[in-house]
Design a protein around this ligand. Structure first.
Ligand SMILES: [Zn+2]
Length: 147
């Protein structure tokens, strides 16, 4: 079923779909959009998908489309991935990203210049057909921060 195949032929591992993350996963797969959640009671914006607001515990929440832009809070380079789908793509860059909307998430950063990543680097979601390559929202560097 999976279409996500890196260059070495192994499919990327897929996230387990649940009733909580189904809307998020479908938005990425079908529309290439990254959704977060927003609380209608206190306006807190958060990620990962949850059935209630982690700030005020209200269950009155909604899905919020993001603009796909954010900044790097922290990152790591993975030289020994634990799945063969990633072996040909090392180093794998994994970043904690603060989205423009206020939520943060862990995500992969791809692209030839990915190892130039630094704290505060500006990121954007991969675009166009590249989105279909990845089972989860994936980012690329926009420009380098010199702060
Ligand atoms: Zn709330």
């Amino acid at each position: 079923m999976t279409k996500e195949k890196p260059s070495n032929g192994h499919a990327y591992p897929k996230p387990k779909e649940t009733s909580l993350n189904r809307t998020f996963l479908e938005a990425w797969h079908k529309e290439g959009k990254l959704l977060v959640q927003s609380c209608k009671n206190c306006n807190h914006v958060f990620f990962y998908p949850r059935p209630f607001c982690p700030k005020c515990f209200s269950i009155d929440i909604r899905w919020l489309p993001t603009n796909g832009h954010g900044k790097v809070l922290s990152f790591t380079l993975i030289h020994r991935p634990n799945h063969p789908a990633f072996f040909a793509e090392v180093p794998i860059v994994l970043a904690e990203i603060a989205l423009d909307e206020g939520a943060s998430l862990l995500s992969r950063v791809v692209g030839e210049n990915r190892t130039q990543i630094r704290p505060n680097s500006t990121l954007t979601l991969v675009s166009g057909d590249m989105k279909k390559n990845y089972p989860l929202p994936t980012f690329k560097l926009v420009c380098q921060s010199y702060s």
